[in-house]
Design a protein around this ligand. Structure first.
Ligand code: 5GP
Ligand code: ZN
Length: 114
């Protein structure tokens, strides 16, 4: 076990419901779903948040977006719409310090978020 929850899920030392894994980007079901579809899309590489991405990660960031798009299609929410978001740091509400996109759909999203 490492000291990072999502690194442990990537390493398969912690169980998760895996939606897709292309070897660099992993998608899992959120353990505490906030919508009918709530998937987390995260890089295998430990990157703390979107705030620590660099130009070297441009391809990886795009790969995360493309996986989210494909999952939205597979989950049948492409037409109805969905929300993609990433939280950064304390005031951003980030609780797991390993970069991840939330893919939320299957219900109408409100604004502003809490
Ligand atoms: P954050 O608060 O960092 O934006 O999002 C972290 C997300 O990870 C939360 O939505 C939370 O429910 C989810 N989460 C926390 N622990 C686990 C876990 O052990 N497994 C899975 N699949 N999701 C988790
Ligand atoms: Zn990690």
């Amino acid at each position: 076990m490492s000291d990072c929850l999502f690194c442990d899920i990537v390493a398969r030392t912690l169980p998760a419901t895996i939606v897709h894994d292309d070897g660099a980007v992993l998608a899992i079901r959120d353990i505490n779903p906030q919508a009918p579809v709530h998937v987390l899309v995260l890089p295998h590489e430990h990157i703390e948040s979107a705030a620590t991405l660099t130009a070297a990660h441009d391809g990886l960031w795009a790969q995360m977006l493309h996986m989210a798009q494909a999952i939205a299609r597979d989950e049948g929410i492409e037409q109805s719409g969905y929300r993609l978001l990433t939280s950064i740091g304390r005031d951003g509400g980030q609780t797991v310090p390993h970069l991840h996109l939330h893919l939320l759909g299957g219900r109408h999203m409100m604004w502003p978020p809490g």
